[in-house]
Design a protein. Structure first.
Length: 228
């Protein structure tokens, strides 16, 4: 090996396990910030357009948690309807509608199609989540579809699937669930007018709303109790 290449190789930095772990955590936090905020905005928009679903979510929180303490991250597992709301939001409005680009590491055949090495693959999760061949009434916001004991949740690919799925999926679901649960537990929510919230999608990698959400909130007794 030439001396200049050998010197370059010897000068390459060494990475230790703790540095790798810190890097992964940093990536997850940065990648999960905008996507979680977008998901919460879509979830609240859907709830405001479906006040009956919002009432059911509040009733579940009042029954399981009450007004004597704030909802905690550990409570999320005991709030199935709230989790269904988040799943339905991710189905209709995935924060990464084309997921993360993948590439084949070797020549392969998938579904009868020959894919050369380094072929770029984009998965249209938005279209798959609205496919009438996979979903009943696919364009409707129906959290109840996950409560039938079926495999509806298995068809969600908002975080990808398999070994290449999003490593922050569990963290994202807990953060969104905890935040959405707190918003519903602590405030009464209404639309700013009788018109439905605009659900048009804007431009961007994380599919933001075309028009930012505006809503009216009134604090519930639990807020006054803890603030005072």
């Amino acid at each position: 090996m030439p001396d200049h290449l050998l010197a370059l190789q010897e000068s390459e930095p060494e990475y230790y396990p703790d540095q790798i772990i810190k890097g992964l955590v940093l990536v997850m936090l940065l990648a999960g910030t905008d996507t979680s905020a977008v998901t919460l905005e879509w979830a609240m928009s859907n709830l405001l357009n479906h006040p009956d679903i919002l009432v059911k979510a509040r009733e579940e929180l009042d029954k399981q948690i009450g007004q004597e303490r704030m909802v905690d991250e550990l409570d999320i597992s005991s709030l199935p309807y709230l989790q269904n709301i988040i799943s339905e939001t991710l189905r209709l409005y995935p924060a990464a509608p084309l997921l993360v680009p993948h590439a084949s590491s070797e020549d392969c055949v998938v579904g009868g199609y020959h894919l050369p090495r380094d072929t770029l693959l984009l998965v249209n999760a938005w279209a798959i989540h609205r496919d009438p061949n996979l979903w009943e009434d696919p364009t409707s916001f129906r959290p109840e579809r996950y409560g039938k004991g079926g495999n509806e949740s298995c068809k969600l690919i908002a975080f990808g699937l398999g070994r290449r799925s999003c490593p922050g999926a569990g963290l994202a679901q807990r953060v969104v669930g905890f935040t959405l649960g707190t918003l519903i537990q602590c405030f009464e929510w209404e639309r700013v007018s009788e018109e439905a919230v605009d659900m048009n999608e804007g431009k961007g990698m994380t599919m933001p709303k075309e028009k930012p959400l505006e809503a009216i909130c009134i604090s519930r007794p639990i807020v006054k109790k803890f603030v005072s």
